[in-house]
Design a protein around this ligand. Structure first.
Ligand code: GYE
Length: 347
């Protein structure tokens, strides 16, 4: 029963990823028939045990989540909590919501160490400032899995990073933007949380690709919207006031793009036509906006990391080796195919 459940979750993930890949408008970053994750991630569980089986004891995992800043984050939380609730006989999850604050994440990690969990998972809200608490976990013999964002620490301080290549996402977004605006014009950039790897790298990838290959595209303003819809809207309002002649907006996540779309409409302009959008994540809301003709492109970033997270934690508890970076394989979606794939989107 347990085994079937794990298999069906994996199959569902693979099917979803395959559908996603098939819909890809620009397949450079997407393996069209590949699962959303690498071989390591989607390995079929052994015939005689569920993937998170660690013998007679339960696998006890502490996860320090960032907060609830975006639809993407909610989908990831759901993926982790659903896996735990469907595997209560083999898995125990201690879940902390840090409400966007690094100090809360550090507190959560310290409490997980005190409770002597088997493995600690963390989505680091920012990249720096982790050395000391990671060293404490290491001294206590508890491995750390970085989930979806990286930390700027020595590689020896964590076991693995599971997530996407943000630089590549930024570069892909730049190529899509260039295509949409015919290689020229003024654009603005809505950045994610200051100091977060997903924001820093999505900016680096995008800005470098524009600078290297599109001399007639000018990024006239770039400012943080903290990965939220409300701040995306607010910052876009001020961008529109000081830059009335922009032709595109690049947002480091879909939620900020959705906020920007509201601001564009309120300014009496047509999002998707007067000002095109390119963003990252692939959440349902941006597909709806694309179907409505108000958004143009999203570069996918897979948040359904729950099963892989627990399987990796089980491996670490069992003393098995894991890759230092288990990279997600993500697709790219443009508005012309949004209507065909929207029903198959799992988040
Ligand atoms: O893209 C954004 C979220 O860390 C990859 O965080 C994640 C990012 C995601 O808030 O929407």
């Amino acid at each position: 029963m347990k085994k079937r459940l794990v298999s069906s979750i994996l199959c569902a993930a693979m099917v979803a990823a395959t559908i996603a890949g098939c819909g890809s408008a620009a397949p450079e970053t997407a393996a069209t028939t590949a699962p959303a994750t690498t071989v390591e991630e989607t390995e079929t569980p052994k015939a005689d045990a569920p993937a998170t089986d660690v013998g007679s004891e339960k696998l006890v995992v502490g996860f320090a989540q960032i907060g609830q800043e975006s639809g993407w984050r909610d989908a990831e939380t759901m993926s982790i909590q659903t896996y735990a609730s469907e595997h209560t006989d083999t898995v125990e999850l201690k879940f902390a919501d840090a409400q966007q604050k690094q100090e809360n994440q550090i507190k959560a990690i310290k409490s997980f160490i005190e409770q002597d969990v088997d493995v600690i998972g963390l989505a680091p809200v920012v990249e720096t400032g982790w050395d000391q608490v990671f060293a404490e976990a290491q001294d206590a013999g508890i491995p750390i899995i970085l989930l979806d964002r990286t930390a700027d620490v020595d590689e020896s301080l964590y076991a693995t990073f599971i997530g996407s290549d943000f630089i590549e996402e930024g570069k892909e977004a730049a190529r899509q933007m260039a295509e949409l605006i015919g290689g020229k014009g003024k654009i603005v950039e809505l950045e994610g949380t200051v100091g977060a790897s997903a924001a820093t790298d999505r900016k680096t990838g995008f800005d470098e690709e524009i600078a290297a290959n599109y001399p007639d595209i000018e990024i006239v303003a770039s400012q943080t919207g903290d990965f939220t819809r409300a701040q995306g809207k607010e910052v876009m309002e001020s961008f529109l006031k000081s830059n009335p002649d922009i032709v595109g907006v690049y947002a480091h996540n879909d939620d900020m793009a959705l906020g920007a779309i509201e601001a564009i409409k309120e300014a009496g302009l047509k999002p998707g036509e007067d000002i095109v959008t390119v963003s990252v994540d692939g959440v349902k809301g941006i597909f709806e906006a694309m179907v409505a003709g108000e958004a143009n492109c999203t570069v996918e970033c897979n948040p359904l990391l729950g099963p892989l997270f627990f399987e990796t934690a089980a491996k670490l508890k069992n003393g098995e080796s894991v890759e230092k970076w288990v990279k997600s394989v993500d697709g790219v979606f443009t508005s012309d195919i949004a209507a065909d794939v929207i029903d198959s989107r799992a988040y």
